[in-house]
Design a protein around this ligand. Structure first.
Ligand SMILES: [Zn+2]
Length: 390
């Protein structure tokens, strides 16, 4: 799905600081709020804590997912037999390039539920995810428990993440996983107003529990043994006949990567078909938009030719994050020469990149990426690039 041409450098100051709930009094958030009618939101009291402890959930009738196992109409499983809906939360991080390379080697595609504050620090990796055929989704801006936030703060968390991803890949995300699985009916109402499909996971059985490694509660080898046993049980037991499943897994550290490196080949050896979430749901349109209007070529006032007025962007890392910068496409793009010959070479390189994307994405499956839609987007991107470099 070639939704974007190469990322460009864009100041991180255009986005809220990573790691904090974005302020709701900014002009951007106020604009987003004006577009939403939240007047019918369920009157459920805010919880406390990050995440809230289950015995502290204020309203026992709020249909809380992770504490009361109440999923409402959240997605919790892949419907078809023998399908593993693979997803990684909390990226992009410094380990993500290694994970992407590993997935590429095994021809496996996944859904990545990304933290918006991380996206603006590593947009080149997000762009690479798209070109390799993975499915990109939201995990909010700062990873705060959503049932503890006001409706307005939830909008700020989700819309800033949506914008950061759209600025990077050219598509508006459609799927969201609430941090910690902390969601109730009030949060669901607000998310649906913004067009989101909520994805939880297959309960304790399919929680890989890799998030417990960093706290020393469990070792990587224990995690691997436990989840391999869950896969065995799923394949061999009657539960197998009830359809596929969605796992909860993370893209954060060397240890979480080590777990993925063991579990994915194990699943493949069991003849389980591993797919991104949108594909396992047979969603031919895994994003809210195709190519956003913002990224479409428009007529320039100063020229008779169409020009792109805004392209997906790389954000310069001027914030105070402690994250280690990664040498990347961003660096290449940031120092791109203005020399026309070099520009032409760059255009050719990008065309080749888009062609590789086509190959990767088509191998990801038609159900996930409708070929007609994709072909249109790909041709649009190639046309866009041609116009940009003319
Ligand atoms: Zn998370």
């Amino acid at each position: 799905m070639a939704g974007a041409s190469a990322p460009q450098v864009r100041p991180a100051t255009l986005y809220p600081p990573p790691g904090s709930v974005p302020p709701t009094n900014s002009s951007e958030v106020q604009h987003w709020l004006k577009e939403l009618d939240l007047s019918g939101a369920p009157d459920i009291c805010l919880n406390q804590g990050n995440p809230p402890q289950c015995d502290s959930i204020v309203d026992p009738n709020s249909c809380h997912w992770s504490c009361h196992n109440c999923a409402a109409d959240d997605v919790v499983a892949c419907p078809d037999l023998n399908i593993w809906g693979l997803s990684f939360d909390d990226g992009p991080t410094n380990i993500t390039p290694d994970l992407l390379e590993f997935l590429q080697e095994h021809q496996v595609r996944a859904s990545f539920f990304l933290i918006g504050g991380n996206v603006v620090l590593r947009p080149d990796i997000v762009y690479e995810m798209l070109t390799q055929g993975h499915h990109i989704a939201s995990h909010t801006w700062s990873h705060k428990a959503l049932t503890t936030l006001t409706n307005e703060e939830i909008v700020a968390e989700v819309k800033w993440t949506e914008k950061a991803i759209e600025d990077t890949i050219g598509y508006r995300v459609k799927y969201l996983r609430p941090p910690y699985g902390d969601i109730d009916d009030r949060v669901r109402f607000v998310l649906k107003k913004m067009g989101y499909i909520v994805v939880d996971w297959g309960g304790d059985t399919f929680d890989v529990q890799d998030w417990r490694i960093s706290g020393g509660q469990v070792t990587p080898s224990q995690v691997i043994i436990n989840f391999e046993a869950a896969l065995d049980t799923h394949v061999e037991s009657h539960s197998y006949s009830r359809g596929g499943f969605i796992s909860l897994e993370h893209d954060v550290t060397v240890d979480t990567f080590a777990v993925a490196k063991e579990l994915i080949p194990y699943g493949l050896s069991k003849k389980i078909d591993i797919q991104p979430i949108a594909k396992c749901l047979h969603d031919a349109h895994p994003y809210q938009t195709t190519l956003s209007a913002e990224h479409m070529p428009v007529k320039s006032n100063n020229s008779s030719v169409n020009r792109v007025t805004h392209r997906p962007t790389i954000i310069t890392t001027t914030t105070t994050s402690t994250a280690t910068p990664i040498k990347s496409l961003a660096t290449v793009q940031a120092h791109k020469s203005k020399n026309s010959t070099q520009e032409r070479a760059e255009s050719d390189r990008m065309a080749a990149k888009i062609a590789r994307s086509a190959s990767a994405i088509s191998s990801a499956g038609a159900a996930d990426y409708d070929p007609v839609t994709w072909l249109g987007a790909a041709l649009g991107s190639l046309l866009t690039m041609a116009m940009v470099w003319m």
